[in-house]
Design a protein around this ligand. Structure first.
Ligand code: GAP
Length: 445
């Protein structure tokens, strides 16, 4: 494989060329660290989200789904500690007006002192002392821009779950332990974004809060961290590229008693893409205190009332999509030719198959169209009749399409087609009327 920087450059370029990810508002020069998903990217991310939802909500009796609004009462963020504590220390250069995190490794000297040097313009003594900067985006609700109407774009989806936990519990008649899962957008005014879609200002989270009896949280914390690692392996991410990182005391978020990150070895190093947090009863207690509403659970077995403890699993949908893109990217030689192939697990690949007439004559396009129209009712498939068959295969290799179906001269005689496997390059002949079963079988899991 080529060096790391090079891999990211190639991936960003492939993502644009093939329609996975585009820079937001590109024709205006782009918007810093905001990205759009193209035709293939939206399918890939959607497949990942659906897989998460299926395994978390549909396959478990003890987890319910929720879709809370992005805008919430501003007091939510006071109670959660985000207004006071969701901050990064920043320094400004008074000369070039750039802004950095105070822990930016490129900074030399002590910000605020004459020895500090700006990493961008190189001027000495122009950096301010660190000031705390809140990462939440603010906006105004209603027609008048006054402070009473300030609302925030949520920086995590979790709070929508906490404030609804009794609504969900009572309406679904769940008993502890049970969880609530949600997929939705979150926003953070990140100061040092970068590395493509790794750290962005608008992103999606897939979060699950598991409510448990006090005293059982450590056991559930262990359960969920192993369960989440297993999920990523089942997604097809290479196990040797995954590891746990346990937070030290100085890394723990304000709400957490214990936390593990699941990290992936990106081309730019090991970084977190999921957090498993033991949040104790911090959030629910704070909401009870700030709202004045009782958020206790009544245990039907013992008649005890208590505030549940929470184990959280918090995964970024965009960051997982980036993990999948990085993990799938392969360069290899095939019959003396270089090819780039995205080895997505077939079940999450954006396109499941592409249908090609070998040549655009002798009844092949008509049969290929009929096959394509039949398959598209079941799978996301693509029709391509442009260029040599070799070029069409290469294009689908870059899109990560697991199967290439070619209609050739024999097909019009006996109604069979060749099915090429993206990874092994082996071709088998399959009867056209058996294609749905053939693909369904290969796309499982
Ligand atoms: N509710 C807990 C929470 O939000 P977090 O560790 O701040 O915890 C969880 O975020 C996950 O959300 C991260 O592991 C990452 O996948 C995703 N995430 C957080 N900030 C992000 C950003 N700026 N861009 C993309 N994904 C982000």
């Amino acid at each position: 494989m080529p060096p790391a920087d090079n891999v990211m450059e190639k991936l960003v370029s492939l993502a644009k060329r093939r329609g996975f990810v585009f820079q937001s508002s590109e024709i205006y020069g782009g918007l810093g660290s905001v990205w759009d998903y193209g035709p293939l990217g939206v399918e890939l991310k959607q497949n990942i989200k659906e897989r998460w939802w299926r395994s978390m909500v549909h396959e478990r009796e003890d987890i319910e789904g929720l879709d809370a609004a992005i805008l919430m009462h501003p007091k939510v963020w006071e109670a959660s500690g985000h207004v006071a504590g969701f901050t990064d220390p920043l320094v400004d250069c008074k000369h070039c007006k750039n802004r950095f995190r105070a822990d930016d490794p490129r900074l030399t000297g002590t910000p605020g002192q004459p020895d500090a040097q700006c990493p961008v313009c190189g001027t000495k003594g122009t950096l301010t002392a660190p000031r705390l900067f809140n990462l939440m985006f603010k906006t105004f609700m209603g027609p008048v821009e006054e402070s009473a109407a300030v609302v925030y774009l949520r920086p995590e989806t979790a709070q929508g779950i906490y404030v609804n936990y009794l609504n969900v519990q009572q309406s679904s008649r769940q008993k502890l332990p049970f969880g609530i899962a949600q997929i939705g957008k979150a926003f953070r005014n990140e100061i040092t974004p970068g590395n493509f879609t790794f750290r962005t200002r608008e992103f999606e989270q897939m979060e699950m809060q598991f409510f448990v009896k006090p005293g059982s949280e450590d056991e559930w914390f262990e359960f969920w961290r192993h369960e989440r690692l297993r999920w990523h392996e089942a997604l097809g991410v290479r196990p040797e590229k995954l590891r746990f990182h346990r937070h030290g005391p100085d890394e723990l978020a304000h709400y957490a008693k214990d936390a593990y990150d699941i990290e992936y070895e990106f081309p730019f190093g090991w970084h977190e893409f999921e957090g498993i947090h033991n949040r104790t009863n911090f959030d629910l207690s704070r909401h009870q205190e700030h709202s004045g509403k009782k958020l206790e659970y009544l245990d039907p077995a013992t008649n005890e009332r208590f505030i549940p403890f929470v184990v959280e699993t918090s995964l970024g949908a965009d960051r997982t999509t980036l993990v999948v893109l990085c993990d799938a990217y392969h360069e290899e030689e095939v019959e003396g030719d270089k090819r780039v192939v995205m080895r997505f697990r077939p079940a999450i690949a954006p396109l499941k198959a592409a249908v090609f007439p070998l040549v655009n004559k002798e009844g092949m396009p008509e049969l290929a169209r009929r096959i394509h129209d039949g398959l598209r009712r079941r799978f996301n498939v693509f029709y391509d009749d442009g260029g040599s068959i070799g070029r069409r295969y290469r294009r689908q290799d870059e899109a990560g399409t697991p199967f290439g179906i070619t209609v050739d001269g024999q097909s019009t005689q006996d109604q069979t087609v060749t099915v090429r496997d993206r990874d092994t390059l082996q071709q088998v002949r399959v009867a056209a009327d058996q294609l749905v079963e053939h693909l369904a079988d290969k796309l499982q899991g």
